[in-house]
Design a protein around this ligand. Structure first.
Ligand code: HEC
Length: 212
């Protein structure tokens, strides 16, 4: 009698342990079965992942090209001055976006990130990359007469398309507005090296005792 009570109690203990381990799904163990997914949300959808086949189309590709002759909304880029820096074939001389202090400051930040490594922080053409690679083509100083007189659109074009294969294009990294911000900052840098007493506001010049 005593033996059978013991047997029953140890059997029920075993059963309880088994139920528990089944319910907990042996957490932490690798399993071939798909995980239990009580809340489906939108986790399983009928959709095509990139590069997948779709027999509905003649060419069998699920990824579709835009229909020939169509342009995505907002991508027409009609404004040639803004997007190409050109009016007809000629480079624009005026920056086609509104100039403000925040724009120039943005340009300074972007210039220091993307251009200063080669062109140098002040635009002398002596960035860290040039200093450390003796054989590398040195960019021209932006304070050279040719670059000072360069139309704004041509500087924009240098960022967008690169220069003669010697400077890479930065179109992928720098969006349109930022390109113009950099052009504005380059103009400010150029001005900073060519200032005369006439650029100083007259009241400041008088208070400092500077003669015009
Ligand atoms: C990897 C180095 C490198 C970086 C980064 C670089 N440049 Fe240049 N850049 C050059 C070199 C080299 C030249 C000279 C190319 C030549 O004369 O063939 C050049 C030339 C230029 C010119 C003169 C174009 C001309 O027609 O003569 C401009 C303007 C210019 N860069 C602007 C920029 C701006 C703005 C940036 C940042 C967005 C930038 N560069 C980033 C290397 C660089």
């Amino acid at each position: 009698m005593k033996l059978s009570t013991q047997l029953i109690s140890s059997l029920s203990l075993c059963a309880a342990a088994l139920t528990l381990s089944t319910l907990s799904g042996c957490q932490g163990q690798p399993s071939e079965n798909p995980p239990i997914h009580p809340n489906l949300n939108m986790d399983f959808q009928t959709k095509y992942r990139p590069q997948k086949e779709n027999k509905f189309f003649e060419d069998g590709r699920a990824m579709r090209l835009p229909v020939a002759g169509t342009v995505a909304q907002g991508q027409l880029k009609e404004d040639s001055a803004l997007h190409l820096g050109k009016s007809g074939e000629a480079f624009v001389t005026k920056i086609p976006v509104g100039i403000s202090l925040p724009l120039v400051e943005r340009g300074q930040e972007r210039y220091n990130i993307y251009c200063a490594v080669c062109h140098g922080k002040t635009g002398q053409g002596n960035g860290i990359v040039i200093q450390r690679n003796a054989g590398m083509l040195k960019p021209p100083s932006i304070h050279e007469e040719r670059l000072v007189n360069m139309p704004a659109g041509q500087v924009y074009d240098a960022i967008k398309n690169g220069v003669r294969g010697n400077m890479p294009s930065y179109a992928y990294a720098i969006p349109v507005e930022d390109r113009w911000a950099i052009v504005a900052y380059i103009q400010a840098l150029q001005l900073s090296q060519r200032g005369t007493i006439d650029n100083v506001p007259s009241d400041l010049a008088t208070s400092k005792g500077w003669k015009r």
